[in-house]
Design a protein around this ligand. Sequence first.
Ligand SMILES: NC(=O)c1ccc[n+]([C@@H]2O[C@H](COP(=O)([O-])OP(=O)(O)OC[C@H]3O[C@@H](n4cnc5c(N)ncnc54)[C@H](OP(=O)(O)O)[C@@H]3O)[C@@H](O)[C@H]2O)c1
Length: 248
Amino acid sequence: MTVGIPIRRLWPEPSTQPLDDAALTALYGRAAEPRLRVNFVASLDGAVTVDGYSAGLSGEPDKRVFGLLRMVCDALVVAAGTFRHEGYRAVRLNERRRAWRREHGLTEYPTLVVVSGSLDLDPTQAAFADAPTRPIVLTHADADPPPGLTDVADLLRCGTDRVDLAAGLAELHRRGLTQLLCEGGPHLFGALTAADLVDELCLTVSPLLAGPGPGRIAAGETVPPRQLPLRHVLAADDGVLMLRHARL
Ligand SMILES: NC(=O)c1ccc[n+]([C@@H]2O[C@H](COP(=O)([O-])OP(=O)(O)OC[C@H]3O[C@@H](n4cnc5c(N)ncnc54)[C@H](OP(=O)(O)O)[C@@H]3O)[C@@H](O)[C@H]2O)c1
C-alpha cells in the first residue's frame, strides 16, 4: 500500500513507480547475521536538530521509513540523552505492522533498549510505564538505579564503570535480539563508531539549511574515519533524500 508523499529509488536501479510499503520493507529487510543499523535525519548542511529537536527535520516520508525500520527490528536502541530530551514514549506499531511481525515469527513489538551510564532515568516516563514489552536498560556494574526503575525495566550491566557497548550488543544477540536499530543520539553514535560496531547507517537528508549552531549526527571523541559503502538512494517528492550505507 502506498500512502502519502511518493518515494522512488534513484540508485542503483531507478524505479519508475513510487515504492509501496512492501517494496520499501524489502529494501530495508532483516539480515541473516546480527546487525546494528543506525538511523538519523540531518539537514542539508549537517545539523542534527532544528530548535533543539529532530522533529523539525523529519517529514512524512522520513516518518514512514522510520516506522518501517522499527517494524523489522528486534530491538530499538536509544541513548539516554535522546531518550530524556525527546521524551520517548512507549514503542507502538499499528495493527498492519504488528501483523507483519507475527507473520515473520517476531514478537509483536521490538524491545526498547536504553543506554545509560548514570541511570538518571524516570521510571514513570511513558516509554517505561506503558511499554508493551519490558524494556532493557544497558548500563554498567557501578550504576545505581533510581527507585522504581527495576520495576519497569531489566538492567543489563556490561562494563565496570562505563558501558561496554561491544559486550552489551553481544549479550543482546545472545538473547536473540540480533537485528538492532539505533535511533541515536550523536554521542552514542560516536561511541559505536569508535568501537567499530556500526554495520549500517540510514540517513535522511532534509532539504533545508539549518545554519550554524546545532551539532552533527556524531559527537564525542575523535576516531579514525571509517568507510561505509552506499547501498541505495531514495528520493521523496518533497525533496528528501534517503541514503542507506552498509558494510554488506
Ligand atoms: N536528527 C536525529 O535523527 C536525531 C536522533 C537522535 C537524537 N537527536 C538529537 O540529539 C540530541 C541528544 O544528543 P545527546 O548529546 O544527549 O547524545 P545521546 O547520544 O543521545 O545521549 C548521550 C547519553 O547517552 C548515554 N550514552 C551514550 N553513549 C554512551 C556510552 N558509550 N556509554 C554509556 N552511556 C552512553 C549517556 O547517558 P547517561 O547520561 O544516562 O549516562 C549519555 O549522557 C537531542 O537534541 C536529540 O534531539 C537527533
